[in-house]
Design a protein around this ligand. Structure first.
Ligand code: AMP
Length: 201
């Protein structure tokens, strides 16, 4: 007889990316969705910020890029994700937030998953308007004091996103993995829409 737990798990997408521009709400939604699915939400930005606070070697390096709104070099970011995905809690699924962000990172992730004999199930894309995200990020900068949430850096981060990260959507689109969700709705509505997308509705 089939194991019902395994069947239930295999029916739900569990190797996931959440993508969208800075300020789209990826972090907020990733935590909620991952909790519902019982998988870890893995945010490269959060891991870098924890290293910055802990004043590790990685943190010192990452900060020099983050403060300018530039991407941390691919080799550094890829190595960091490789070790995070090797941890026990990520073996049955994960929701990556903020990774991959470049074509080199897409290839690196493909390689890591192929080595583990797995692949991505779905790419959740949060669709938002640029002026709205600038407003959100300026507000977050004032509330949380994130050093990269100043208006000048925000504009640069959006340019870097358009240049280096938006093209990834096409790559995943060609693989048939992208599900678009309106990121302009309320936090609860976006979570509900993501749940629907994951259920294949
Ligand atoms: P986030 O919290 O996702 O907005 O990330 C904040 C900053 O961390 C970014 O502006 C980059 O400097 C750095 N960062 C986060 N994820 C990546 C990544 N996948 N590749 C390179 N840099 C990253």
């Amino acid at each position: 007889m089939n194991n019902p737990t395994t069947d239930a798990a295999s029916a739900t997408a569990r190797r996931l990316l959440i993508v969208g521009p800075p300020g789209a709400g990826k972090g907020t939604q990733a935590v909620r969705v991952a909790e519902e699915l019982g998988i870890p939400a893995i945010s490269t930005g959060d891991i870098f910020r924890a290293n910055v606070s802990g004043e590790t070697e990685l943190g010192v390096l990452a900060k020099s890029y983050m403060d300018k709104g530039e991407y941390v070099p691919d080799s550094v970011t890829n190595d960091m994700i490789r070790s995070r995905l090797a941890e026990a809690d990520a073996q049955e699924g994960f929701l990556l937030d903020g990774y991959p962000r470049t074509l080199d990172q897409v290839e690196a992730l493909d390689g890591m998953l192929a080595e583990a004999d797995t692949s991505l199930d779905m790419v959740l894309l949060l669709v938002v308007e640029t002026e709205e995200v600038i407003g959100r990020l300026v507000a977050r900068g004032a509330e949380q004091g994130r050093s990269d949430d100043t208006e000048e850096t925000i504009r640069h981060r959006l340019e870097v996103y358009a240049d280096q990260t938006a093209p990834l959507i096409d790559v995943y689109e060609k693989r048939g993995l992208v599900r678009r969700v309106d990121g302009m709705a309320s936090i609860d509505e976006v979570t509900a829409a993501l749940r629907e997308a994951l259920a294949g509705r």
